[in-house]
Design a protein around this ligand. Structure first.
Ligand code: APR
Length: 311
């Protein structure tokens, strides 16, 4: 039996649950939301999609955390989405209180889950969840890099007129404007992308990726959900199938890259035990400098959170 709970049945959470149901790898998907009927309704709607699309995943929903009992994995998407003009950091105190209370409620019913945080500002919310949970830092991490690389890969696929499936990429750093793209580690079916695209074009795509979230907020009046929901689902699937997929995830660094006690994006190996390894890239000095700058920005907000007494 495998069970996953998605907290927050809004745009991202409901999309994540829907993608998970279609993957047909979990026996049970539970949707929890403070608006219980919303979670119940979306779970029922996705369950009614099962005969059409052909999957067996059972879905339930509501506001009672007892529904989440003994989950293998939890995805936290609860929070307030970003509105036009808001930075991710504007969301900090509201969403931190939500993430901390969600974490405490979950742990009443599940002893040692793996938790994937999606709520923004991502890196800091992951820290808040980890701190509130008391769980190992191998079991609490955030979804950002899978989404950021997906955006980058989609833009590159469009520019090069190739399938997005054939673009592999890695990036590091915080989720947001300080992310650290690594063109050296971007390939098109193994061909370094730098051989296929002019530097100015690549730089423009990197810039667009950094502000990819904001571009969608401006278009839709709220933050994105299809790619974020699917990205979180992909991480959960890699874990439950013990695939040892290599993804960029927001993880607590413990000396890697000369960074300590900060949650920031890094390549990791994901398997049944959560973060099974933090992969160390041989970064060049300028790349390392950018990573340190990005980590300092995350640390600054995490310290701010410590001062807010949300724990
Ligand atoms: N407990 C459970 N659910 C909550 C709580 C809480 N304490 N507080 C809010 N929620 C629920 C809301 O009721 C809502 O249904 O979280 C859901 C959030 O859904 P949306 O408003 O649609 O936001 P969404 O677009 O899904 O984004 C959620 O993910 O990508 C991030 O920046 C995004 O932080 C945001 C989060």
């Amino acid at each position: 039996m495998s069970k996953i709970t998605v907290v927050g049945a809004g745009n991202v959470g409901a999309t994540c649950a829907n993608v998970l149901a279609h993957a047909d790898v979990f026996n049970e998907v539970v949707l929890i939301d403070i608006q219980g009927d919303l979670a119940k309704g979306k779970a029922l709607d996705t369950w009614q999609q099962a005969p059409v699309d052909g999957y067996s995943t059972r879905l339930t929903g509501g506001s009672d955390y007892a529904l989440s009992a003994n989950s293998d994995i939890v995805v936290i998407t609860a929070g307030v989405p970003r509105k036009p003009g808001m930075t991710r950091d504007d969301l900090i105190s509201t969403n931190a209180k939500i993430v901390v209370s969600v974490t405490q409620n979950l742990l009443k019913f599940t002893k040692n889950p793996i938790i994937i945080v999606v709520s923004n500002p991502l890196d800091v919310m992951t820290y808040a969840c980890w701190k509130a949970s008391g769980l190992s830092d191998k079991r609490v991490f955030g979804m950002a890099g899978v989404l950021d690389t997906a955006r980058y890969r989609a833009f590159l696929a469009e520019e090069l007129d190739v399938s997005p499936k054939d673009i592999q990429a890695m990036l590091m750093g915080g989720h947001g404007d300080t992310m650290v793209p690594l063109p050296r580690y971007t390939t098109v079916s193994g061909i370094p992308v730098t051989e296929l695209i002019k530097k100015e074009k690549l730089d423009a795509i990197i810039e667009r990726t950094k502000f990819g979230g904001g571009e969608l907020v401006n278009l839709m009046g709220t933050s994105a959900w299809y790619a974020p929901g699917a990205a979180a689902a992909q991480m959960a699937i890699a874990i439950i199938k013990d695939e040892k997929r290599v993804y960029p995830c927001c993880v607590r660094l413990n000396g890697q890259y000369k960074l300590k006690d900060v949650f920031v994006g890094s390549p990791v190996k994901l398997g049944r035990k959560g973060v099974q390894e933090i992969i160390k890239l041989r970064l060049k000095k300028d790349e390392l400098d950018l990573l340190h700058k990005s980590a300092a920005a995350v640390k600054e907000v995490s310290d701010l959170l410590d001062g807010m007494k949300v724990f």
